[in-house]
Structure formats: structure tokens, C-alpha cells
Design a protein around this ligand. Sequence first.
Ligand SMILES: *Cc1c(COP(=O)(O)O)cnc(C)c1O
Length: 379
Amino acid sequence: MKLRLATPGPTEVPQRLLLAGAREIVHHRSTEMEGLVHEINEGLPPLFGTRQPVYSMVTSGTGAMEAAVANCFSPGDEVLVVSNGYFGERFQAICRGYGLVVHTVASEWGTSARPEDVRAAHGEHPDIRGVLVVYSETSTGALNDVRGIADIFRDTDVVVVVDAISGLLVHPLEMDAWGLDVVLAASHKGFMLPPGLAFVALSDRAWEAVGRGQGPAYYWSFKRFRQFYPMSSSSPAVSLLLGLHESLKMLAEEGLPAFQRRHALLGEAAQRALVALGFSPFIREPHRRSHVITSALAPEGVDTGHLLKTLSTRHGLTMTGGQAHLKGKLIRVGHVGAADALDLVAVLGAVEMALLALGHRFTPGAGVGEVVRTFHEEN
Ligand SMILES: *Cc1c(COP(=O)(O)O)cnc(C)c1O
């Protein structure tokens, strides 16, 4: 059975990127690797909208979230976590683990954080050192207005930490212009690579906070990242860097505007298709929908747990559902990275076959038809 991923990380890795990493290990202090790392270091910052260096770390995305907290804050510091999903909750847990005093601006799963609520929370807690926010909340498919939130802290020394792990590349992000201080990303989302690399960029304001920090970080120390830049302090994930070098080429060939248009269209097509099959959009406001995934609530009588199981056992397709209280109710169709119209046709075809097998009634082809129509109308 052919295996397919419609998950928001890890994502399908194009053969071109798999092959780039499938070669003998080059030593990281060799001339070849130095040249390659130089090109990677040149290629990454424009994708973050920054003139600052972007550091690559060997970890999944969560390691980068933890490193940001470990480096920028000290035990006892007050921070504000903006939370409207699972990854916002993860930020809270990490901050508590590091002994920070955590204030939360929570909004219901499926909604986006309102900048005015963040402003009000800042008024209540004027001593906060940082605000941590997720750009594209992958657990629900909601996009947060990180630009609007960062604006609130422009003339303060509050460090704005953004988990852009799934949102980077897929949605516009201008770190310098928007006043973001720490921006995190990872290899297994928009970059179309296997998991294992994460990225962090820091503003001058963030570096001041790192300078004040009292944490014991060694392997995760941003100061060491800077000290060893452009190379790394310890063995990098050479195979993944070879892949990343090729991924940056692919992104440059397509161009970021086209990459973002493709994702917007995938989101639009998936949403229309699911509605045609009786699902209802989980994110109500269209402009707050992340284009990383499309999330929808199942029609009456359909348990998404059964649906996902059928998709995987009968069709080799992995898709994710809802976490926590949304288990059994939500599906999340991942279409980040290399996904294209034909992938989405296959995914919706499998969803239709699985729904029919589970006894749900609709006109076969209704969902696939919406995908075809959406892409046809665009061309
Ligand atoms: C994928 C993801 C992460 C990191 O998850 P890992 O499994 O540690 O890579 C963090 N935040 C968001 C928004 C994500 O989509």
C-alpha cells in the first residue's frame, strides 16, 4: 500500500530532498560543508523577513520553543502566554517548567487571540518580560495576528516570542518590520524536510534579554550559537543540512508568493470540499484560517476517530483529528509543504471512500468535485 501523509508535520518529503540527504556524510568542518552552510545562512533570513542571522538547531520544534524560554528568561520572570490551542498550552507548560510566573490570555480553541485582550493583560501585568504566541496554531487551524500583538510591545522591552513553526513560509511573516523578537521554525513543515532541524532568529532586543538571562543552558545556549556562527558549536545534522540546502533552492524556484498562493488555494479547496461532504468549518472567520491545515467538524453520526482509522488501514493515508475535547469530532487535513492539487484530489477521494464505508450518505464525488472546481477556477 502506498503511504501518504496529510498531516501538518511531518509532511511528505519530495524525492529531490530525500536524495539530497542520501549521500556519504561530509565532515562539517570541510570546505564543501562551509560553502553549503554559507549558502544556507544567506538563504534563511529573507524567509524570516530579517537581517539577523538564523541559527539552525538539531531538534524538533518543541526543542526550539524550550530553548527560547531557557535563553530569554530567568526563574521568577513574569511572562504572558497567548493560548488558543495545544501549542499555546505547550508554551505555558515549558514556561512553568522553567520557573516563570505565567499569565495567560486564553481564547477558545477554534478562535484567534484578540490583540485588545493582550493589551488589556499587559495593562494588568505591566512587569512581564515576554509574551509568547503561536502564529499558526496547528492543533485547531487558527491563525493569530502576531503583527497586531507585537505592535502593542513596540516601545517596551517586552520580548515577543513567536512560534512560527508551521506558519513560516505558508503565511507572510516580516520579523524586523513587525517587531518580532524571537522567531521559531522547523524543518518538517513548510520546508518539506524530515523532522530534526529547527531554526531561531533573534532581534537586538531579544539579545539583550539573553544577556540578562541567568539560565544554565549549554547545548541550547544562544550565546554559543552566536559565538560559533556561521558554523555550529557541535556536530550538525549534516544529512538534513544537505536537504535544507536543496529545499531553499526549491523555495526560491517557486517563489514565496506562489508558495503562499498555492497554500491558500489548498485551504480554500479543502474547506469547500469538506463543506460539500457535510462538515462545518471549525475556524469561522475565513481570514483567521491557517493555510497549513484545514480543520472541520464532522457531520452528525460520523466519529472522526473511525474515519481516521479507516483512512489509514484501507488507504494508507495518515491524517489527524482533534486533540483533547475535540477528539472524535474534528478532522485536520494537512496540506503544508509540497502538497498540490492532485494530492488533495487523492486525499478527498480517500475521505469520501472512507465515509461511504462508514455509512455516511452523500453524492460520491461531491468533495473531490469542489477541489477540481476550485483549482480550475484559479487557472
Ligand atoms: C509542529 C509544531 C510544533 C513542534 O512540534 P514538534 O513535534 O516538536 O516538532 C510546535 N508548534 C507548532 C505550531 C507546530 O505546528
